[in-house]
Ligand binder design. Structure first.
Ligand code: GDP
Length: 140
């Protein structure tokens, strides 16, 4: 597997509790390099645009209001097999089902307030990186 990039978000529940560094340490320990990173607060419209694929889901309103409720840290992570590796270190969507040692097991508050987002495929990674970053913002 070649070096790959994936898109990550540290969500509002985690930035509120000052967990950015603790979560980044998990990424780095897993061999993922943070090649771009910025802390921003999304508007509700921006959160709705980012999560448009979930617009028919019953939790869409709750999810987008949560994502706009406090700053997030948007990131690009790079490494061998980065998409799969990041999903592994994140853990299951529902922290009650997440494996020991994963970010969501350790830090997530609930299935909604689950501390991190990570792209699930190369196609979504490309779209999500472009949503948040221009080429000039990525260190390589
Ligand atoms: P992920 O890829 O593991 O983040 O999970 P999904 O793509 O299925 O869902 C996207 C995000 O929507 C999750 O990370 C949660 O923040 C949120 N979400 C998923 N299921 C639920 C739910 O049942 N209730 C609420 N409130 N939020 C949910």
């Amino acid at each position: 597997m070649a070096i790959q990039r994936t898109f990550s978000i540290i969500k509002p529940d985690a930035t509120r509790r000052n967990l950015t560094g603790a979560i980044n340490a998990k990424f780095e320990a897993a061999g993922l390099r943070i090649v771009a990173q910025k802390r921003i607060q999304l508007t509700l419209a921006q959160a709705e645009a980012f999560y448009a694929v979930h617009s028919e889901r019953p939790f869409f309103g709750e999810l987008t209001e949560f994502m706009a409720s406090a700053p997030i840290v948007a990131q690009i992570l790079e490494g061998e097999d980065a998409i799969r590796k990041n999903r592994e270190v994140m853990g299951a969507t529902n922290p009650a089902e997440a494996e020991e040692g994963t970010i969501r097991k350790e830090f997530a508050l609930s299935i909604g307030e689950n501390s991190v987002h990570g792209s699930d495929a190369p196609e979504t990674a490309a779209v999500e990186m472009a949503f948040f970053f221009s080429g000039l913002e990525i260190a390589g």
